[in-house]
Design a protein around this ligand. Structure first.
Ligand SMILES: [Mn+2]
Length: 321
């Protein structure tokens, strides 16, 4: 499925690769591994993200720099790739204008319902992570091009998008990819996992402690919620980025099928939805201007918090029926 992508993309001279806003390990790992691949194959590549790179992932940018884009420089590229997202607005204002430039835009992603603007779209919802798709691109083209840097970048993508190989999106192929990456990259899983996860601050754990005390279960004990308020951020001197991973705690309660994290942002409530059952949180999120995949999705509510909780739970309870 990569041949068309490979033959077309390698005809370009200078390609910009975008990862999605509020970057995570999968989009950054995929972006960096893809830029390294382009470089190895004679295409000049530049990696862009409009947002700051999370502190626990900044080491990845030693392998390939990720810059903030400016709209004016977009003209200088003859091709574009977006990874880990399937609509340009997910990539920020500079990415949104590339549709008007009359250049080829490519996509590599696993979210459902991609836009139809792409020259070639590698769109596979059955994969664990976008990084697993980038891994296959390497394997299909020239497996020898996987080096320690690209291997660690892709491994980070897979690890972070699968909850360290725990989600039900993990297939035999995912584990084979992991095995191949640590072999070719010459590292142990632990080296990457330590960098990504063992970097918490005391303040972050204090925030987590406050958030954990808000966990409640609803819907006949099958839907759990957790909340992070503005007051908690102020009391612990933390930011919204510090809530990374919190959503997995309510989901670990016995019998809980899905959960919601409510985070009070400046002017709205961010809702993160996760499922470990037949509850489709992508559908759930679409009721609140959001979306994602069946097992993980995000949405927004105008607030206030109590109203958001009530309305979001009501829709979730409908899905239990
Ligand atoms: Mn992502």
């Amino acid at each position: 499925m990569y041949q068309q992508f490979i033959s077309k993309i390698l005809r370009h001279k200078k390609v910009a690769v975008f990862s999605h806003l509020r970057p995570d390990g999968d989009c950054l790992g995929s972006q960096i591994a893809l830029c390294l691949w382009l470089q190895k194959n004679g295409v000049e590549a530049v990696a862009f993200n409009e947002d700051d790179i999370p502190a626990n992932l900044s080491w990845l940018t030693d392998f390939f720099p990720v810059q903030k884009p400016s709209i004016s420089e977009m003209e200088s590229f003859d091709g574009f790739v977006v990874v880990d997202g399937n609509a340009l607005h997910r990539f920020g204002v500079a990415a949104e204008i590339i549709a008007d430039l009359d250049r080829a835009v490519y996509m590599i992603d696993l979210h459902p319902q991609p836009d139809d603007i792409f020259e070639v779209a590698i769109s596979r919802t059955e994969y664990s992570s976008t990084a697993e798709l980038i891994f296959e691109l390497y394997m299909e083209h020239d497996a020898e091009q996987i080096d320690p840097s690209s291997a660690k970048a892709m491994f980070t993508g897979i690890v972070t998008d699968t909850g360290s190989f725990q989600f039900d999106s993990v297939t035999p192929n995912t584990l084979k990819a992991g095995a191949e990456l640590i072999t070719r990259g010459g590292f142990t899983p632990n080296e990457v996992v330590e960098l990504v996860y063992s970097t918490k601050t005391e303040n972050q754990l204090q925030l987590l402690s406050k958030a954990l005390s808000t966990i409640r279960v609803h819907g006949n004990q099958q839907i759990a919620i957790i909340c992070v308020t503005k007051a908690m951020f102020e009391e612990t001197n933390t930011k919204k980025e510090d809530t990374e991973g919190f959503v997995s705690y309510p989901l670990s309660i016995t019998g809980v099928k899905a959960c919601a994290l409510f985070r009070e942002d400046d002017d709205q409530i961010k809702v993160s939805l996760r499922s470990r059952s037949e509850i489709d949180v992508n559908k759930w999120a679409r009721n609140f201007n959001g979306g994602g995949h069946k097992k993980a999705a995000g949405a927004w509510h105008a607030g206030p918090l109590e109203k958001a909780i009530k309305e979001v739970i009501a829709v979730g309870e409908q899905q239990l029926k």
